[in-house]
Design a protein around this ligand. Sequence first.
Ligand code: TPP
Ligand code: MG
Length: 595
Amino acid sequence: MAKAMKISERPRPQYGSDVVVDMLKAFEIEYVALNPGSSFRGLHDSLVNYGGNHKPETILVCHEEIAVGMGIGYARAKGKPMAAAIHNVVGLQHATMAIYNAWCDRLPVIVLGGTGPVDSTNRRPGMDWTHTALVQGNLVRDFVKWDDQPGSVEAIPDSFIRAYRLATAEPTGPVYLCYDVDVQEKKLGDEISAPDLARYPAALSLQAPEEGFRKVTDWLMQAKAPVIIADAVGRHERGFRALRELSDLLAIPVLDRGSRFNFPTNHSLNLSGMEEKVFSRCDLVLALDVGDLHGAVSKRNQAMGQRVPIPLLSPGSKIINVGLEDLLVRSWSTDFYKLRQVDLSISADTSVFLPELMRRLSDEREFLKQKQSEIEARRREWSKLRKEKDEALAKETRAQWDAKPVSTNRLFSELGGVLKNEDWVLVNGTGAQKENLFLAPESFNQVLGKNKGGGLGYGLPASLGAALALKDSGKICVDIQPDGDMLMTVTGLWTAAHHRIPLLIIVFSNRSYYNDEEHQERMAQLRGRPVENKTIGIRIEDPPFDFATMAKACGHWSAGPITEPGDLAKALRDALRVVREERRLALVDVVCQMR
Ligand SMILES: Cc1ncc(C[n+]2csc(CCOP(=O)(O)OP(=O)(O)O)c2C)c(N)n1
Ligand SMILES: [Mg+2]
């Protein structure tokens, strides 16, 4: 939980919504992204005139999906929530996509809303009626950790503290707090008593029981070829570090699923993407924070019309699952994935589980001595496999170097060269995360992870939220931005200009919603219909969207569309200079191969 700031030190709240601002300040919420609306005019006034528009500061966005989406990126970068203020029923409907993405990503965002007046005798004719719902939180209840609508000003502090505690308790997630217009605008008489936040400490992390540690250490020590699958371990630095130590100590390869950045990409034991080869040799899987474990140990069957995946693990291999996913299961969306088959299941926070596991394993000196040659042999074997992959990639890159439009390998490789000596963070990337192989991230949170909710419109808002969080860090925030995803929330460019948010955007312009082009191709093949029609209703061309001009229209520096591969490196260097030296946004639109 955030350090408590004494509410009693602040000026006395005069209206209901002033109390909400007191709570935001007490929890050190830095920003509230919003698009204005009368249902929270009380709160808006309190933010600006009572709170001084500082900690929290209002961030103006042109769509509510951007407001909440910024909270996603901010939470990834900072590990704590920012807030969004959302206009009643209509704004909330716009915000739902981003709230759902935050839910699937297990990210804390505090969504504030206005409603009412709930007392119908206080409503103005017209919009107050069409914009009031009973109960507004129903719209998002299935994909927030909690929602509430405090019935009085006095109920606000408890409600807010509970919301903050739930949002930030593992597994973290979004919450929605809705404030009736009458509650917000109520003039206060007696001072309302300020809560002592020190009395509401965050719960200590969930640790595994002794039996769990005993079994995991025994099994890991007995295994000939253990393998780690990691998905969200990298959300905490302690987990990130311990995972690397564990892999190094016992020569265990890591398959990084990428919801967060879990393991250095160019580490010789990072075998992500080589699942088939790895699982064929493996006898024990240690799954860490993996929601879709079934998906992680099988391969999509792309054969005509097939939907049942192909299992990759040999039947004899055991699976240990450690994580907290079971604690956040709801019935509406099936984001809990297929029921896991495992041999040992432990509900624990990997950021405390892994360091303790490491401590115990490091103490097994006798065992480590005996096993030394076996461990070194498998380290060599796995590293050899990784080297083969690197050589194949280098060969592929050389073969595609002069391709026009530019190949993705060349784009990522040139970008890697330009960023080499910079302190950078990849705040958004492509779904396949191939860029990581070229950028070679190593440190905690150097890549912020991918959108598990899969709702388009994610990349730009998430990047803006992360760049806002890191604004004063001196880091270069980089967004490798697929074009279709960008178009859904493209007005985020204006917000970046208005609030001077420094960000390097490389638009990965394949001028297509390409993912679906592959689906239409498969459909046509399956049905014996003309494959050449696969681009209809999918390509973003005729005319192509001019992202560079769009950026310029908001006052940004931009370059492109880059169609000559030879022009790429200079454009990237120029853009980097603008972000680094002028601390503002620069965009390079690069016309690319489809994949
Ligand atoms: C809100 C939403 N609408 C539609 C989709 C379906 N969809 C999934 S991927 C995709 C194409 C994405 O295009 P782009 O971002 O340009 O990436 P590309 O596949 O071209 O690399 C679409 C339309 C979705 N996931 N979310
Ligand atoms: Mg595209």
